[in-house]
Design a protein around this ligand. Structure first.
Ligand code: PLP
Length: 399
């Protein structure tokens, strides 16, 4: 390993929507499945069967977190695969239905998939959001046609944390007799989810957003819904996702789900308090700073802020010198010159979009992280404003 690498102790990690630290309890549980218990879960002998039992336990733990039945949990390779598989299945179920309804603020795992499907003969309607990132439910309902196969809308936005009223969307979809999938990759483990009496037909989650490893996810498929797999091959996952199971990662996801379930009530309150103290402190110390997105209907861990008169890329470079990790919009866009499609969909001014940053807190953050961030962020913004030859763009704030 490169000895110049920065250690966890040196960094202030406020980018938990990008990915999270692996919980040591999760690592402990997964390791034996990389070393000792390497049997194939499909093998008939005991050495394989014990691995199968570990997968079954993971399925039960995920089901407990989601409030669903274990048989409704399909393990996948990531959140992206889960999102793709839900939409692909809906389009295959009925060839007469080739239309997808989605929203303007989806993650690229949905947005770009829908763009690609549109080029291949399907059609997609993209429902806009308002200035706070909220969806107009009437507009969503009007977008559903007799050709619509599925509505797919995220539960929580990865950039702003804004929550969509997914139960209401699911109810609209049920009335209109179309499937409803929600990308819950940012909400699982952060807010309570009970799918048992819900009309949500499918839901995606990803382990690395809840202190599990990267490269493993889940697609929940309601037991009353038919499903067409995207990956064809063996009969794994009850014929819903072929391929030898990624056993250690699935075991780890199960443990991460159990830990998230146990910590949910207490941690959401603690994490919200850290986020709120950070946000209030920054807004007080930094003039012309704004919160982006609905401040009420929002994840407890996310703060998307804009600073007038600065470019977020420059701020990120200076934050990096202090080992403060956060994002300009989503991590997937870092390095591209494009500004956030989410903030553009909210019709924020280009200046506000360019000066936006996402700070996202998690279970392993401490009050000391908040204290350090409250020193660094105002200093960096002040420094950039000093350096900038242009006057900060003052926005007219509408209360
Ligand atoms: N959807 C949302 C809302 C996300 O935040 C992410 C990851 O950033 C994904 C989908 C993709 O998940 P994965 O990285 O597991 O493919």
């Amino acid at each position: 390993m490169d000895t110049s690498m920065i250690s966890r102790e040196q960094i202030i990690y406020l980018d938990n929507n990008a990915t999270t630290q692996l919980d040591p309890a999760v690592l402990e549980e997964m390791l034996p499945f990389l070393t000792q218990y390497y049997g194939n879960p499909s093998s008939g002998y005991t050495f394989g069967a014990q691995v199968r039992r570990a997968i079954d336990l993971a399925r039960e733990r995920v089901a407990a977190l989601l409030g669903c039945e274990p048989g409704e949990v399909v393990f996948t390779s990531c959140g992206t695969e889960s999102n793709n598989a839900a939409v692909n299945s809906a389009l295959q179920l009925d060839p007469g239905r080739h239309h997808v309804v989605t929203t303007a603020v989806e993650h690229s795992a949905t947005r770009r998939h829908c763009e690609t499907l549109s080029k291949r003969g399907a059609a997609a309607t993209i429902v806009p959001v308002d200035g706070d990132g909220n969806l107009d439910l009437d507009e969503l309902e009007n977008a559903i046609t007799p050709q619509t196969a599925i509505v797919t809308a995220m539960w929580a936005n990865n950039e702003t944390g804004v929550l969509f009223p997914v139960e209401k969307i699911a109810e609209i979809a049920r009335r209109k007799r179309v499937l409803f999938h929600t990308d819950a990759i940012q909400s699982v483990g952060k807010i309570p989810i009970r799918l048992a009496n819900s009309t949500i037909t499918s839901l995606s989650l990803s382990a690395h957003k809840l202190h599990g490893p990267k490269g493993v996810g889940v697609l929940y498929v309601n037991k009353r819904c038919a499903f067409k797999p995207s990956l064809i091959g063996g009969s794994q996952e009850n014929n819903r996702r072929a391929g030898t199971e990624n056993v250690a990662s699935i075991v780890a996801l199960g443990k991460a789900a159990e830990c998230a379930n146990a910590a949910l009530a207490e941690e959401a309150t603690r994490v919200r308090a850290m986020r709120d103290r950070f946000e209030a402190g920054v807004l007080e110390k930094v003039s012309d700073s704004f919160v982006n997105g609905n401040p009420e209907a929002r994840l407890p861990n996310t703060s998307n802020l804009s600073f007038a008169g600065i470019e977020s890329d420059a701020a990120l470079t200076l934050f990096d010198r202090h080992h403060l990790c956060c994002s300009a919009g989503s991590a997937c866009r870092t390095g591209s010159l494009e500004t956030s499609h989410v903030l553009r969909a909210m019709k924020l001014s280009p200046e506000r979009t360019r000066g936006s940053m996402r700070f996202s807190f998690g279970r392993f953050n401490t009050e000391a992280d908040v204290d350090r961030a409250l020193e660094i962020v105002p200093n960096v913004i002040a420094r950039l404003r000093e350096l900038s030859p242009a006057q900060p763009v003052r926005e007219k704030v509408v209360a």
